[in-house]
Ligand binder design. Sequence first.
Ligand code: TXE
Length: 499
Amino acid sequence: MTAVVSEAIDEVRGVLDRAGDSIVVGGRPGPAAGGDLIETFDPATGDAIASIAAGTAEDVDRAVAAATRALGPWQELSPAARGRFLYDIASLIEENAQELATLETLDNGKPLTESMYLDVSIAAEVFRYYAGWCTKLSGQTVPISPPVGNFFTYTLREPLGVVGLIVPWNFPLLIASWKLAPALAAGNSVVLKPSEMTSLTALRLAELANEAGLPAGVVNLVTGFGQTAGQALIEHPGVAKISFTGSTATGQKIVAASAPSLKKLTLELGGKSANIVFPDADLAGAAQGALAAIFLNQGQVCCAGSRLFVHRSVHDEFVGELASAAGAIQLGHGLVDGTEMGPLISGAQRERVEGYLASGTDEGATLVCGGVRPNGELTPGNFLTPAVFTDVRDDMRIAREEIFGPVLTVLAFDDEDEVVRRANDSEFGLAAGLWTSDVKRSHRVAHRLQAGTVWVNQYNMLDPAAPFGGYKASGYGRDLGEESLIGFTQTKSVWVGLD
Ligand code: TXE
C-alpha cells in the first residue's frame, strides 16, 4: 500500500473504527441486533478497510418505530425551521468534504477529484436546493363547479410518513442525498439502507444529520445486505414509500414486495443510453464527451452513454481518436494524484464485465482496445482497462444489456430517422446524448428520443433542479427537481361548505 493510501486511512480512522456501530436508530449508533458484521474492501487494493453492521429485520423494525415516533416532532416544526436543518446539513457536508471524499474513494474506488467535485459538492447543493423548497411547497385553491351549494376547495401537500431509501454503490453519498433531502423537505422521516459494499459515507451522513440537530429518529440508518435488511424494509407495513436506485432485477422484486401494503415507489433502474454523433458536430468535443459519457466512474453509471452511434462518414476517424484517448487514460488508486480511472467495485463486478467482453468477441464485434486486467502494482485491485468495441450489431448482448463497466460499444449509422429508431429500440430509457451543430436537429431529435434526460453537445450534466429518471424499464418517478419532492407527498382535497 502506498504512503498516500495509508495516510488517508489514518485521516478517516475514526469513521472506520466506528463502522461496526452503523445501525443508527433514534439518533443513537449501535451494532446490528444479531451482532454480525460485513467486511468492506478498498477495491483498488483488495484490502479490508472496515467492518459495518449487518442489519436484520429486527433492526429495520426498530428503525421504522423510531422514524414513526419522530414524525410528530418533525412535522410540528415550521417549514422555515425544517429548511434551516437542511441548510445546516449542506454546510456540514461542505465542512467535512475532505473526509467524505476520502471515504468515498476508499470505499468505491473512484478518483478523489470525482468524489470531491462531483459526489460531495453536488450532495451539499442538493440539500441546499431542497432546503429552499421547505417554504415553497404549497397546495392550490381549486375552482370547482358544484351543481348545488357553495364551497371553498383547496389542496394540501402532506408528507407520506416513514419512507425507505435504498441506494446503490456507484454514487453512495450522492444518491443518498438525492433521496434524503427531498424526503425530509416534504416532512417525512426516513430509514436509509445503503449498499453493503459502500456504507461509510451513509454512516457519516446520518451522523451529520444528528449533528445538525434534527429531532432523534428523523434520519435512521440500517446497513446490511439487500436480501435481509433491504428485503425487511420493502416488506415493512409501517413504510409508506420506497425510493430505490439499483438494478432492474431488484426493482422488480421491490414492485412485487410492495403489493401487500401498496407502498408508493420511485424506481431508478438500469440503462443502455444512446449517445449519437452527427457528422456536423464539433468532432473533437464530441470525442471527449463520448469518452467521459462512458468512462466516468469506471462506466458504473446508470446513465452511461454506452451505445455510441457514430455517423458512418466520420466513423473510422472518430473511433481512431476514441481508441487512442481511451488507451491514454491513467488507471490507479483513486487517492493517488493523476489517477483518471479507478477499479471496479468488486471482483464479481469485474468478472461480470469480462463476461460481456467475451460475449462481444464471440458474437463478432471487434475489440479495438482495452478490456484487460493491468499488471504490476494494480494487480490486487479490480482494475480493467477501458474497452472500445466496433462492428457492433444492435442485436448483440453488448448492445442491449447494461454492462456497468468501462466498455463502449460503437455502432455506425447513416441517417437521422434510422438512428432515432435504433436508439429507441431498447428496453431501457434513462438518458441519451446527441452531438450536432444544427440547432433544429438538436431539438427535433431530443424530442423523439425515448429517454428521461437528453443532453445536447454535452453528457452527464446534473443539477438539483433538473428531474432525473427513466422511461420504460429504467423505472418510474423522478429523483431531483420539484418532481422528486412531490413524489414524497400525497395530496388532500379539502372542501369547506360556505352555505
Ligand atoms: O444491485 P442491487 P447490485 C446494476 C448494474 C450492476 C447490477 C448489480 O448493472 O451490475 O445492477 O448490482 C439493495 N430488497 N446497477 O447487485 O442488488 C442492495 O443492498 C431490497 C445499476 O449491487 O440492485 C443495494 O443497497 N433491497 C444501478 C441496492 O439494493 C435490495 C446501480 C442496489 O443493489 C434487495 C447499481 C432486496 N431484495 C447497480 N437486493 C443504477 N441504476 O445506477 C438488493 N438490495
